[in-house]
Design a protein around this ligand. Structure first.
Ligand code: PAF
Length: 282
């Protein structure tokens, strides 16, 4: 595996890999876990080479968020990727990504405005900006993202459509199902912040979501079920609910009744200082 930290060597390395066939990009912020490795494995199944980026993107963190304490473990991450047969690791310094004088922002309206967009102003501008740059830097044939960040995936697909960032592969932006612990908690780099007590209580998140998704699918009232889910989460040890919402799975428009189109239940909730998100089909 080749590790590059500057743009010129990155471009040369990608050109060399492209001689063998399609290159898949897995963008990450590091602190890799089985969820990331599932993305790498899904990428390997579809492409000749896998490139992974590790960049803790300052532009997607709010002023009072966890940018400083976000786990950074480049050497351990590189060893994991090497063992998975990744060909290229793109690990730019912040100054290589955002040099002096950098002035451009990518902002996606609509799909990025509710849910996490409302709770974390500016977050999806930061995500769209860095992913747009990563696509231009690596020029992948396809790219893979975790479904755990369902809204992020919708924002990235909208951005790629709107800016004609047409990756050559058919179905080029691929969502990979969430990987879960045995008690159902979705894997996340932020789970590392949880104390043992908070970690045990956090299992209430997928449990409550499954209950709510099944209740709504059986015909229970949407509004009432969502409010009951909030009460259950707060009673299980969560301190604050950012949202518990039923949305159209694609547009993310809020739903008050199940219609003909696929629907998704999405939750963001805080336990201790840690914000956990999850989503499930209904
Ligand atoms: O999902 C993440 O890890 C990040 O939001 C991403 C897509 C790598 C952009 O920084």
């Amino acid at each position: 595996m080749q590790t590059v930290t500057q743009l010129d060597p990155l471009r040369r390395a990608v050109d060399a890999l492209k001689g063998d066939g399609p290159v898949a990009l897995v963008p990450t912020m590091g602190a890799l876990h089985e969820g990331h490795l599932a993305l790498v494995r899904a990428a390997k199944a579809r492409a000749a080479h896998v490139a992974v980026s590790i960049f803790v993107n300052p532009r997607q963190f709010g002023a009072n968020e966890d940018l400083d304490k976000y786990p950074r473990q480049l050497a351990a991450d590189a060893a994991l990727l090497e063992a998975e047969g990744v060909s290229l690791l793109w690990a730019p310094e912040p100054t290589a990504m955002y040099p002096q004088g950098y002035a451009t922002n990518v902002s996606v309206s609509g799909v990025s405005e509710g849910l996490c967009g409302a709770a974390r102003p500016g977050h999806f501008d930061g995500v769209a900006t860095v992913v747009c740059k990563l696509f231009n830097q690596v020029r992948p044939d396809l790219s893979l993202f975790g479904e755990k960040d369902w809204q992020q995936l919708a924002v990235i697909r909208q951005m790629a459509r709107d800016l004609d960032l047409t990756l050559p592969h058919v179905d080029a932006i691929i969502g990979v199902p969430t990987v879960r612990e045995t008690d159902g908690l979705a894997l996340s780099s932020r789970n590392a912040y949880l104390s043992a007590e908070q970690r045990a209580a956090a299992a209430a998140l997928p449990r409550t979501m499954r209950w709510a998704a099944e209740a709504i699918a059986r015909g229970a009232g949407v509004e009432l079920t969502l409010r009951e889910a909030e009460v259950l989460l707060l009673a299980s040890g969560f301190d604050k609910i950012d949202y518990v919402a039923l949305c159209d799975a694609q547009s993310l428009a809020p739903l008050t009744v199940l219609g003909g189109n696929p629907a998704r239940l999405l939750v963001a909730s805080r336990i201790g200082g840690t914000r956990l998100i999850d989503n499930m089909p209904v």
